[in-house]
Ligand binder design. Structure first.
Ligand code: WQD
Length: 351
């Protein structure tokens, strides 16, 4: 079985991708410093797959410790890189932390990839690289506009670093631009674990519904959209995860049409914030306590994907619809409530 290194393997999308890789016959190891994640999700991976995935608790900004993982695992055949800070608002307040963490980690990882000649590298990028698009849906050729946040800038710079790295040293890389990953594994053994008050929409919805938050704010309903609220392309995290397995297989089979191929990972459907809330209420029978507040600075008004390239070239077929996204997100919130005490004991950062 080919061994894949997943960085950020204890995180939301990383853990779901590890499950999909294992189910598709890969051997997986993880590097995750657990600064923003817990071992709770690796336990969940074991419950789903029966496999105990080894996680190296290493900070990728430490080159020697990162290199040591590759020296211990010279049979790594591919790398999927998730480990990064990803909170848009926090990046505005702490830009240096974001540039240092997200870019130093990437550069150290690429130095190891170069040293061990691992020519299958998949990067977790984001639709945030498109900024506020002039035309929607966006294709992979849509213009890259000025990033709306330092977080978005690190994704744009990361893509550029990988493109130049791949060109100069002859590596095959893939950039996967996620739209809005939501939902949880149908087993409810893994899902999203926001630290502190959730910034993203769906965890804010489920935490309000379960009573962790008193009320949810809809950040603006006076935009020029069909119901006044922003439009997003919500995509189930399991569909995103499977796209990573397909991407690794694509590079293994040398299908790259360039040293750095790019794919949009979205459903191609635009859904407004208020429509997402209505879908949650319909699926769960829960009336959501929310009120419409002021716009959130930096919010893109409307964005959704043209996903034809991923559907055709990766043979990516999307399995989960909006109702399943909301249902699985709710099942996961209910599961967390049951395991709350266990999680807090395992990782004090959750307190
Ligand atoms: C979606 C919509 C909010 C919370 C960001 C990153 C992107 C990716 C996903 C990492 C917006 C509204 C939200 C709330 C609300 N990050 N909202 N009330 O900003 O589209 O994307 O997260 O992979 O790269 O840019 O996601 O979920 O924060 O917001 O009204 O309590 O929901 O205003 O319109 P976003 P989001």
């Amino acid at each position: 079985m080919a061994k894949i290194l997943v960085t950020g393997g204890c995180g939301y999308i990383g853990s779901h991708t590890i499950v999909d890789l294992i189910e598709n016959g890969f051997d997986v190891i993880s590097i995750d410093d657990n600064s923003r994640s817990t071992t709770y999700l690796t336990d969940g991976i074991e419950k789903i797959t029966g496999k105990k995935v080894k996680n190296y608790k290493v900070d990728l900004k430490n080159f020697d410790e990162t290199l040591a993982v590759f020296q211990e695992n010279p049979d790594i055949k591919g790398v999927i890189h998730f480990a990064a800070y990803k909170a848009v608002g926090e990046s505005v307040e702490q830009p240096l932390d974001y540039f240092e963490n997200n870019l130093f980690s990437l550069i150290n990882l690429l130095k190891c990839v170069r040293e061990f000649k691992i020519s299958n590298f998949v990067f977790s990028s984001s639709c945030t690289v498109y900024g506020n698009p002039d035309k929607i849906p966006v294709t992979e050729e849509s213009p890259i506009k000025k990033a709306e946040s330092p977080y978005g800038a690190t994704k744009q710079m990361g893509e550029e670093i990988i493109r130049e790295f791949s060109r100069a040293y002859g590596f095959n890389s893939i950039l996967l631009r996620y739209f809005n990953p939501v939902g949880a594994h149908p087993s409810a053994n893994i899902g999203e674990l926001p630290l502190g008050k959730p910034q993203n929409l769906v965890p804010a919805i489920t935490q309000t519904a379960i009573g962790k938050l008193p009320q949810m704010q809809v950040w603006g309903a006076d935009y020029d959209t069909r119901d006044g609220s922003c439009i997003r392309d919500f995509i189930h995290v399991c569909d995103i995860a499977h796209a990573h397995t397909l991407a690794i297989q694509y590079t293994f089979n040398k299908k790259n049409t360039s040293v750095c191929d790019v794919f949009n990972l979205g459903t191609g459907n635009g859904v407004t914030v208020l429509e997402a809330i209505k879908a949650f209420e319909a699926v769960t029978g829960q009336k959501l306590n929310y009120k419409v507040g002021a716009r959130r600075p930096g919010d893109v008004i409307a964005i959704y994907a043209n996903n034809n390239h991923a559907v055709q070239s990766l043979q990516w077929d999307i399995k989960y619809d909006l109702n399943e996204m909301m249902r699985t997100a709710w099942q996961w919130e209910l599961k967390i409530k049951q395991d709350e005490e266990l999680m807090k004991k395992q990782n004090p950062i959750l307190n």
